[in-house]
Design a protein around this ligand. Structure first.
Ligand SMILES: CC(C)(COP(=O)(O)OP(=O)(O)OC[C@H]1O[C@@H](n2cnc3c(N)ncnc32)[C@H](O)[C@@H]1OP(=O)(O)O)[C@@H](O)C(=O)NCCC(=O)NCCS
Length: 218
């Protein structure tokens, strides 16, 4: 199978590493080609492959019936823009789970979702399309993540949490049980969500405070 990796920066190489490790574990040969508008063509430092060209050149590398796309982007707005841009290719998006991640029973992972090394998703969780669970992320029972959500490294969601589309949960941030996090909201690194958080806002601190209103009150 040929995999066209969208993005070639550090995060994309981490996703590719997870896919490569999984393929080795399964004894399946894969081919990785990287596409990025900002990283120049040439071999990547990780040794996982080379940048072939800009994102729009990916169409020229499709082998009919033997090609999938891999999302190597972590920022939700960029994920939304790039997946929309590539929809015309009508190719399947690979769901990538590192062999060192733990995924429990009755967990549903949408297409194009990535689960990094050391991440744990326990039971009865629903993750939409293009969700990113970075290394050592934690998702507990009965939690739902809508499309395009990103958990940065070591973020932890307790049980019965809901995270709306495109929300970004900073490194080491936590949500206590039952919290609802609004769509496209950002939780800063280390933030703790203890009650429902509105959509399209940025929260920081323990407990989570709206950055805009903190700035207003000085
Ligand atoms: C919350 C965040 C999005 C804010 O970014 P920003 O809008 O550019 O905000 P600024 O850096 O201008 O900071 C604004 C204020 O918030 C404070 N702040 C920023 N991030 C904070 C955090 N995580 N916790 C507590 N306070 C924080 C800053 O100290 C600053 O305070 P001041 O106005 O009193 O000086 C960003 O700091 C953050 O934490 N992002 C998470 C990124 C992450 O986890 N990446 C992982 C990559 S692997």
């Amino acid at each position: 199978m040929r995999h066209l990796v969208i993005g070639a920066a550090g995060h994309a190489q981490e996703v590719a590493w997870a896919l490569d490790a999984r393929a080795h574990a399964d004894g399946r040969p894969i081919e990785l080609l990287f596409f990025d508008d900002r990283v120049p063509p040439g071999p990547l430092a990780s040794g996982l492959g080379a940048v072939v060209g800009a994102v729009d050149t990916a169409a020229a590398y499709v082998l009919p019936g033997a090609t999938e796309l891999v999302l190597g982007i972590a920022l939700p707005h960029l994920k939304a823009a790039l997946t929309a841009r590539l929809a015309a290719l009508a190719l399947p998006w690979t769901t990538v789970v590192h062999p060192a991640a733990i995924v429990g029973p009755n967990v549903c992972l949408g297409a194009g979702t990535y689960v990094g090394a050391g991440a744990v998703i326990t039971v009865n969780a629903r993750l939409g399309r293009f969700v990113t669970i970075n290394v050592h992320g934690g998702v507990a029972h009965d939690t739902t993540l809508d499309d395009l959500v990103t958990l940065h490294p070591y973020a932890h969601l307790s049980g019965n949490v809901h995270v709306g589309e495109g929300a970004e949960i900073g490194a080491g941030a936590t949500a206590i049980p039952g919290v609802d996090i609004g769509a496209w909201t950002v939780l800063g690194a280390g933030c703790v969500a203890v009650r429902a958080l509105a959509r399209d806002r940025t929260y920081v601190g323990v407990p989570a405070r709206d950055l805009k209103s903190m700035r207003r009150t000085g």
